[in-house]
Design a protein around this ligand. Structure first.
Ligand SMILES: Cc1ncc(COP(=O)(O)O)c(C=O)c1O
Length: 322
């Protein structure tokens, strides 16, 4: 869709999932007084496997090929959805993936994710804290350099400018669904914020599409700077990337269209809260498979302040690989 919008755009794209992802109204126990809609990103990916990370890989993997990279080096918690998607899709397209993993609170979901990571074929290196991983990163880069080629370092969650393009495109897809009458024009789009690419891409894409919806990011990670200015900065760098690869800009995007809140984070990244667990249970009763670290927290926010947000409220179900 970005290539349709900007003909001649010099950016590789690899289709890894079926689009558009479906939209529908959503009723959930515990959420009242909100005109709530869901866009189901959880089904995006090969055979419905993947969630929101696969949108990012559609732009990252072709760029890696263009750079002649053989190894992708990325980081995350020991339950990282991003790391698993990177390992699986990377391997399918001929890349080796090296993962620097940091310990996080362990529940059944994280235990299962770690087992999947161990079976994924990626090289895993585990550290007790982000600081220890940062110290080890240069050594890992050197260790996995081959043929004078360094691995390409991809930040947590795949939230560099290339990954962020995945959610610029999702916003254009939302605009098309609005234009086709599948969805009323949203007043607010709500998503969890783990590394920021999803919010930044949506904010840029909504403004490119001429929609005035605000993006409300429910911060679930306290180990990164996920403030509105930091996310607006990522959106601006992504806009610069588009212009540098042939899109007619400049693009203006106001920082005001992004709101973030830590109010539903709980004690730390990866720690389920009673409210997020309640929303996962409510989701299960409505036939949704969710988890309490990202999607449950976003829904907990909607349950608490949804009626005060400009409506209709569009929640993106970003549930990850499983
Ligand atoms: C299920 C799920 N939802 C949302 C997010 C947040 O996306 P982002 O990392 O782009 O902020 C992530 C990853 O961090 C995730 O795994």
């Amino acid at each position: 869709m970005l290539h349709i919008r900007f003909p001649g755009l010099d950016l590789g794209h690899m289709k890894l999932g079926a689009r558009p992802t479906p939209v529908r109204p959503l009723a959930l126990d515990g959420i009242e007084g909100v005109d709530l809609w869901v866009k189901d990103e959880s089904v995006f990916g090969d055979g419905g496997w993947g969630g929101n990370k696969v949108r990012k890989l559609e732009w990252i993997l072709p760029e890696a090929k263009r750079r002649g990279v053989r190894t992708l080096f990325t980081v995350g918690g020991i339950g990282t959805h991003w790391g698993l998607a990177c390992a699986r899709y990377g391997a399918e397209h001929g890349f080796r993936t090296v993962l620097g993993l940091v310990d996080q609170p362990v529940d059944d979901h994280v235990r299962e994710q770690l087992a999947r990571l161990q079976a994924s074929g990626a090289e895993l290196h585990r550290y007790p804290t982000p600081a220890r991983l940062r110290l080890a990163a240069p050594w890992l880069m050197a260790r996995y350099a081959g043929d004078w080629r360094l691995p390409w370092y991809l930040p947590a969650g795949g939230s560099n400018e290339f990954g962020t393009l995945g959610y610029v495109e999702t916003a254009l897809e939302i605009a098309k669904q609005v234009a086709h009458g599948e969805l009323p024009e949203p007043g607010t789009v709500v998503v969890p914020v783990g590394s920021g690419g999803t919010v930044a891409g949506l904010a840029l894409g909504l403004s490119l599409a001429g929609l005035s919806a605000r993006v409300f990011g429910v911060v679930v990670n306290d180990t990164l700077d996920l403030s509105a200015p930091a996310l607006a900065g990522l959106a601006s760098r992504t806009a610069e990337l588009l212009v540098s690869r042939g899109a007619a800009g400049p693009f203006t995007m106001s920082e005001d269209c992004i709101t973030v809140s830590n109010d539903w984070l709980g004690s730390t990244y990866g720690d389920p809260t009673p409210a997020s667990v309640t929303m996962v249970e409510a989701g299960a009763r409505a036939g949704l498979e969710l988890e309490p670290v990202y999607t449950g927290k976003a829904l907990a926010a909607i349950a608490d302040i949804g009626p005060q947000l400009p409506g209709p409220v569009l929640w993106l179900n970003t549930h990850g690989p499983r």
